[in-house]
Design a protein around this ligand. Structure first.
Ligand code: NAD
Length: 435
């Protein structure tokens, strides 16, 4: 059918974008930014409707035999938001707070994120409602394999390619790859990214998201005329994203003055030895007991007087309740959705330069794309090549978003949404509606 069907037919009734029914509902947060960008792009009603709906949502029950012989049933979710530009791409998280709304919002963010950095993927996300810290390795493996089998109809290098997210890692990706390969009767390395290097993972993938945060933070500082050396940084979350970002920013000459994880945080005006913190977490799993300064709470970390704040844990930590107290000059959103939509305008009014999540943390999916390319071509790139290609893509994407922000006199978040939505919308116009 011709793309003309996507042209205006009737006026669209849009939700009032100044009314936040539930500030902390991530799907509403995503949608209100989407609406704002769609308005500025004057998106035609047909495409607007298509892009407001996830393509596919799978909810599945996952029975698992626990170590003590009991059977527990967990809830598993996989959402494919949009695959117009390529296979669905997006991480899998294991967390007690996983909900369908959250996973759908994260899947939409993946769609926009892949489009911001212009890699040929659509967006997906998955999650299992569980507390992995309370589960044994054997229980986690059984949970992962059964979850994989439950969603196997969507998985595949050409259709849906998971990756690590909160509380999942290389080992979990190895189990998914093995389970999928057993069902296919041959080894399929490209079905997941973020795998161990020995089985088709990419050099530099583990550090990629944190490295991307470092790259765009340096660009933001350059844009604002601020030096990198001596720049003070507070990092919330000390997992894959936060710890690597802190380490790489420290290597660039920044002073990391505050770090935190789920157990609380630490502040030291003289700077924190990030390598020592990483060694502590490697040994004890959390920052608890890491005495490198004054103990602070996660709430206190967010409002410290620093040059750069890097929220790198979970969503909804910068809200209308604390945005006015934030004293950072730059916020680099390492986590997905750390700022609620209602808090955006407060940060704007304070003149804080926000590098939005869909740009700031896109380094991970960019190197996932390199991993997928290597697996499909049977190549192994050097770490130097991976990091150089990542730097090029992150710098180009930052520049593209910044120039759109200047052109339309909007903030970086709105510009990033405009860029990505326009790219996805273009593909929908070209493909038309199959009937
Ligand atoms: P992770 O599991 O490796 O680390 C999460 C960290 O956050 C841990 O240090 C944990 O203790 C901390 N944390 C958990 N709850 C917290 C709380 N209530 N307050 C403060 N800290 C808390 O996860 P990750 O892979 O580093 O992901 C972190 C964020 O970055 C998530 O929003 C994820 O979606 C996003 N992200 C991750 C990647 C990636 O490649 N890993 C890519 C893009 C975005």
């Amino acid at each position: 059918m011709s793309p003309d069907v996507l042209l205006p037919t009737a006026p669209i009734v849009r939700p009032d974008k100044d009314r936040f029914l539930n500030e902390e509902n991530p799907f509403e947060a995503m949608m209100s930014r989407f609406d704002q960008a769609a308005d500025l792009l004057d998106l035609e009603p047909g495409i607007y409707k298509v892009l407001r709906h996830p393509e596919k949502q799978i909810i599945t029950s996952i029975p698992v035999m626990l170590d003590n012989g009991d059977v527990e049933v967990f809830k598993g979710i996989r959402v494919l938001y949009n695959t117009s530009r390529g296979p669905a791409k997006g991480g899998i998280r294991f967390d007690m707070n996983v909900t369908l709304d959250e996973v759908t919002a994260l899947a939409a963010w993946m769609t926009w994120k892949c489009a911001v950095v212009n890699i040929p993927f659509g967006g997906a996300k998955g999650g299992v409602v569980c507390d992995p810290l309370k589960m044994s390795v054997g229980e986690l493996e059984r949970l992962t394999r059964r979850y994989t089998a439950s969603i196997i109809q969507t998985l595949g290098p050409d259709s849906d390619v998971p990756a690590p997210d909160v509380n999942t890692n290389e080992r979990v990706m190895a189990w998914i790859m093995d389970t999928y390969s057993m069902h296919m009767r041959h080894t399929v390395t490209a079905v997941v990214t973020g795998k161990p290097i020995e089985m088709g993972g990419s050099q530099g993938r583990r550090e990629a998201t944190g490295r991307g945060c470092m790259i765009v933070t340096k660009q933001a500082l350059a844009h604002l005329g601020m030096p990198v050396k001596g720049t003070t940084v507070a990092v919330q979350g000390f997992g894959n994203v936060g710890s690597v970002a802190a380490q790489l920013l420290a290597r660039e000459g920044c002073k990391i003055v505050a770090i935190s994880d789920r157990t609380g945080g630490v502040y030291n005006a003289k700077g924190i030895d990030v390598d020592a913190a990483i060694a502590h977490v490697a040994k004890h799993r959390t920052l608890e007991g890491f005495k490198a300064g004054d103990a602070i709470t996660n709430e206190q970390l967010l409002v410290q007087e620093v040059d750069v704040l890097l929220p790198g844990a979970l969503e909804n930590v910068i809200t209308t309740k604390n945005a006015a107290q934030i004293r950072a000059k730059v916020i680099c959103e390492g986590a997905n959705g750390p700022t609620t939509a209602a808090a955006d305008s407060i940060l704007d009014d304070k003149g804080i330069f926000v590098i939005p999540d869909i740009l700031a943390n896109a380094g991970g999916v960019t190197v996932s794309y390199f991993e997928w390319v290597q697996d499909r071509g049977g190549y192994f790139w050097t770490e130097k090549r991976v990091n150089e290609s990542l730097t090029e893509i992150m710098e180009q994407s930052f520049d593209a978003v910044l120039s759109l922000a200047k052109q339309h006199k909007v903030n970086m978040r709105t510009a990033a949404y405009m860029l990505s939505i326009s790219r996805v919308a273009t593909v929908h116009r070209l493909r038309g509606i199959y009937a």
